[in-house]
Design a protein. Structure first.
Length: 365
């Protein structure tokens, strides 16, 4: 299936049904009075996150979605039925934007999450509603209101804990194959990976995390070179970036230090937030570097980069150093999640304290 992570569609809810103009007509009752019913409300249109959907490809073939309109009112005080709501399935991790105003409408992060994107119109009133002591036979009705309609831009961002960065052929796909059950295409030529891949890394103690492998970047990606920056948005939700460096490039002219600098420049061009995100350096293909120069070569790279963060030496092929890296990633994620939960708990406690204070003031009054 083709990977599509962005689509523009038109959505519209259902219009409200019109009120009915009708008078009661029965034998022996010449002036029965008004009996026109109200119309029905229009159906709303929702997006719903579905874990079984993993791409936006379907929206390339169907671009217009419309909920049912409310039925018009009828005589004998019969109200029109409400239009049926419409639910459009999207992948988990989809953001919905108003394509005209660039307003973020909402984000669907969990399976089953729903998001109202177009509100149905209100029902019109039948003439029975306008009966009064001074107007016994009203001929007045109201029409249902028009529904909301908008152009939506859907953007799918993969939900991963860890993001893999690096130039083409840095060994990212080999690494993700080594540490998870994912099986991305692996070959000895640039841009083997054309679309993002996700792998779930499960530790021996049953803890796990999700790692995202995106296509390699090249110099000038921010200006459209190579595959451009179109897949970098999938790294914006990650908690940590692994910057993978090929320490034994096939091209002798490729300098590991320059490789790191190229990627970081492209990240800064794309987003300040992504450029400043936590990043660990992973020196890959160490099994291809002669043992007698490994230490010196690695230290030289770190010195030239003036690298202050964590550094790991691994081999995606042999698995050397991969277990240690994954264990440290798991510990790091646990610490981050604990810190995030502490912030949430503090906010909840503050809100609860405010609520109790308001209740106390109300009781005094």
């Amino acid at each position: 299936m083709k990977f599509v992570d962005e689509a523009v569609i038109t959505v519209s809810a259902g219009n409200g049904g019109n009120g009915c103009l009708s008078f009661r007509r029965e034998k022996y009752i010449p002036f029965g009075g008004p009996d026109g019913g109200d119309g029905g409300d229009g159906g709303d249109l929702y997006l719903i996150a579905d874990k079984q959907v993993n791409t936006l490809i379907d929206f390339r073939y169907r671009r217009t979605y419309k909920a049912d309109a409310g039925e018009h009112g009828r005589g004998k005080l019969c109200s029109g039925a409400k239009g049926e709501d419409m639910y459009v399935k999207v992948p988990v991790g989809t953001e919905a934007w108003d394509n005209d105003t660039e307003e973020l409408i909402g984000d669907l992060l969990n399976d089953g999450d729903t998001l109202l994107v177009a509100k149905g119109g209100w029902h019109g009133l039948g003439n029975a509603r306008y009966k009064s002591s001074t107007n016994r036979a009203p001929r007045q009705t109201s029409e249902g209101t028009p529904a909301e309609a908008r152009h939506l831009r859907l953007e799918m961002k993969l939900l991963a804990d860890i993001g893999l960065l690096g130039l083409p052929n840095a060994g990212k796909s080999t690494f993700i194959t080594q540490v998870s059950a994912a099986q991305p295409k692996v070959a000895d030529y640039p841009f083997t990976t054309l679309y993002p891949n996700l792998g779930v890394v499960t530790m021996r103690d049953v803890r796990s995390f999700v790692i995202a492998d995106v296509p390699g970047l090249v110099e000038g990606a921010s200006e459209g070179a190579g595959l451009g920056l179109q897949f970098l948005k999938h790294l914006t939700r990650t908690r940590l970036l692994l910057h993978m460096v090929d320490m034994a490039p096939a091209d002798a002219k490729q300098d590991p230090v320059e490789s790191v600098q190229i990627i970081n420049r492209e990240l800064e061009h794309y987003s300040d937030a992504l450029g400043s995100q936590d990043q660990w350096l992973v020196l890959n293909k160490m099994d291809l570097v002669p043992e007698d120069i490994r230490e010196e070569m690695c230290q030289d790279v770190l010195d030239q980069l003036d690298w202050k963060g964590k550094v790991f030496r691994v081999s995606g092929v042999s698995g050397e150093g991969c277990d240690k890296l994954c264990a440290e990633i798991m510990d790091y994620l646990d610490e981050v999640k604990e810190a995030e939960q502490a912030v949430i708990d503090a906010e909840r406690a503050e809100l609860e304290a405010e609520r109790k204070a308001l209740e106390a003031e109300r009781d005094k009054g």
